[in-house]
Design a binder for this molecule. Structure first.
Ligand SMILES: [Zn+2]
Length: 127
């Protein structure tokens, strides 16, 4: 068997993280999953040109999917932190860096790592 290259590992990880957040937000429908696949395909090309960027792929895919969803579905993921005011989406930070997080710029807080949005979206009330 061929070993999986670090590049493929980073792409697999990015896909898994972003899908986990989509599932958490109940938007992981077939056409949405295909948006993730489109992004992965584009980022595969990108990271082949720039292997040092492998750690940045998850954050980039999250932003690609966010942009694509904005056109078809609406804002995603909606901020679970701000209880009132206009609904707004979380942003990925850093835009180009390792260990991406979802942040709310309005409240100025880190909400969750990309891939770990589930507990935040389900609410942080006592359990
Ligand atoms: Zn917010």
């Amino acid at each position: 068997m061929d070993p999986i290259s670090p590049l493929e590992q980073s792409l697999h990880a990015a896909r898994a993280l972003v899908l986990a957040d989509l599932v958490a937000g109940d938007v992981a429908e077939a056409d949405v999953v295909s948006l993730v696949e489109d992004s992965i395909a584009q980022r595969r090309w990108w990271v082949e040109q720039w292997p040092d960027g492998a750690a940045f792929v998850a954050g980039l895919v999250a932003q690609d999917v966010q942009d694509a969803l904005l056109e078809r579905y609406g804002r995603w993921p909606l901020c679970p932190v701000c209880g009132s005011g206009d609904p707004h989406a979380l942003d990925v930070e850093p835009e180009l860096g390792p260990d991406p997080h979802w942040v709310c710029h309005k409240a100025g807080v880190k909400v969750a790592s990309v891939g770990s949005l589930g507990p935040s979206l389900r609410g942080t009330t006592s359990s």
